[in-house]
Ligand binder design. Structure first.
Ligand code: PMP
Length: 285
């Protein structure tokens, strides 16, 4: 694989980042994952805008312009022949000369920019989407700025492990009795023709796929209600699903051991997935 590190395209075995990099020592960095379909980028603009916001909330300098970032994405897609897959991008506060809690001087310590591709043939035609996924609920014990897409992913990783140990696919996190989001996705249920999902705030990541799916809801003759909901309410729903850049719209068929509807992906979630994929392919760059 050819990867990108601070201005250079290199074989992955030759790519290097300092041990003093703030992301390595302090999780002081942000990331984005953009999917690729038909060799083109899905919603690049949305991801670039969210990256800029994450950087500015943390006072990390942008490593380059968003146009340059688009060029790097496209170059990596070309160099690695990606038809379907993902591009991972990470920006960190950079690598000062020593470990120190205080932010380094941005004049001397420049941000680190790393990108690599993940080849995933069959990403859109996913077997998991035909079967649906099962989730458990876990406590949300993350920090209070989940709207910033930081590389601080230890708890989400632990959540995936709890799910794995429970023999299911993923976990939905619950805080003060209400679902916040999935470990790496936004969470929804469907009742009648209504899609219910938590409203945007600092409590959840502002999913790029979420924004697109809610925009497309009207095309599926569905209404959107952004509000808090409990696991019990989702368990009694007709359908449920998650969204993320790498899973698109993924049906959820079981929550904490309770099957939803027939226990198979529901027609509305599958329709939303179809619309999302169609529209995204059309708008891909
Ligand atoms: N919430 C969390 C916690 C996530 O990690 C992600 C994906 N990284 C999402 C939601 C979905 O965001 P997006 O649709 O932009 O991938």
């Amino acid at each position: 694989r050819t990867v990108y590190v601070n201005g250079e395209y290199l074989p992955e075995t030759e790519a290097k980042v300092s041990i003093f990099d703030r992301a390595f020592l302090m999780a002081d960095g942000v990331y984005e994952v953009t999917s690729v379909l038909d060799g083109k980028l899905i919603d690049f603009d949305g991801h670039a805008k969210r990256l800029q916001r994450s950087l500015s909330e943390l006072d990390i300098a942008a490593p380059c312009t968003m146009d340059e970032l688009l060029d790097i994405h496209r170059e990596l897609v070309k160099l690695n022949n990606i038809e379907e897959g993902m591009i991972y991008l990470q920006v960190t506060r950079g690598a000062p000369d020593d470990r120190d809690f205080v932010f380094p001087d941005p004049e001397t310590t420049k941000p680190t920019l790393v990108l690599f591709t993940q080849n995933k043939p069959g990403l859109a035609d996913s077997p998991a989407a035909k079967k649906g996924i099962k989730v458990i609920s876990i406590d949300d014990i993350r920090w209070g700025r989940r709207d910033i897409k930081t590389v601080q992913l230890l708890y989400p990783s632990m959540g995936k492990m709890m799910a794995k140990k429970a023999g299911v696919d993923d976990a939905w996190m619950v805080e003060d009795g209400f679902v916040t989001e999935g470990t790496s996705n936004n969470a929804y249920f469907i009742k009648g023709n209504k899609i219910v999902t938590r409203a945007l705030s600092n409590d959840i990541l502002h999913g790029i796929t979420r924004a697109a799916v809610l925009r497309f809801a009207a095309e599926a003759q569905m209404e959107v209600e952004e509000r808090n909901f409990t696991i019990e309410e989702a368990q009694q729903a007709d359908e449920a699903f998650i969204t993320s850049a790498s899973t698109f719209v993924m049906p959820v068929v079981e929550i904490d051991g309770v099957s939803l509807g027939e226990g198979v992906p529901g027609p509305r979630a599958l329709r939303l997935r179809e619309i999302y994929l169609d529209e995204s392919r059309k708008a891909a760059v």
